[in-house]
Design a binder for this molecule. Sequence first.
Ligand code: 13P
Length: 243
Amino acid sequence: MGERTQLVAGNWKMNGLAADGVALARAVAARAAEPHRCDLLVCPPFTLIAAVAEALAGSDVGLGGQDCHAAASGAFTGCISAEMLRDAGCSHAIVGHSERRHTCGESDADVRAKAEAAWRAGLVAIVCVGEIRAEREAGRAVEIVSAQLAGSLPAGTGAAKLVIAYAPVWAIGTGLTATLADIAEIHAAIRRQIPAGTRILYGGSVNPRNAAEILALPEVDGALVGGASLKAEDFWAIAQAAR
Ligand code: 13P
């Protein structure tokens, strides 16, 4: 199998009203008309998916949801199914983001069920893992991430429908990034647990200044970008840093 094309994915989190979201998506689509070496994806809040799909039409920028429910439909007030994401134009769904694991109490089993739901709907699941600061300081990062992966990946995992995002919790939104050596170590450990060819993204305070050195690591297949994905020029600068 040839080298894995890097994926630069923007997770907009709970940011953007209609006007900002559409303007951001249009600006990303306009940039993406220029030559680029990586695949591009944006994951807006649910309320903006339809409008962003329209703004991205004709571009090669993909669209993802930030979460999905495990069920296809039913009495789950406030939730969105993978089938709904697919219907709205998404190709990907982020599952198990630490902001959901830690603020919504999602377990590995929940994340596994959501990844299965994404596949059932024909979406690629972006499964997130990452240790908290105390686990890193205790020297347990590899162990924690390996256990999360073992619990969060459904059986029958295939590289075409799976992306892993290593996003250490202490590096998210803090301006702190893992060292290059730590990123390389964790990505290599993840690599041993997943099907050949699966892409592994790094996430956690990726910005235009640190993107090139992170994306140059051989085990890093892209970035899951939070804050810096809210500015088209920063997101584009990160994309331009892809190998
Ligand atoms: P920041 O890039 O804002 O640290 O967020 C990272 C992240 O959580 C990606 O999903």
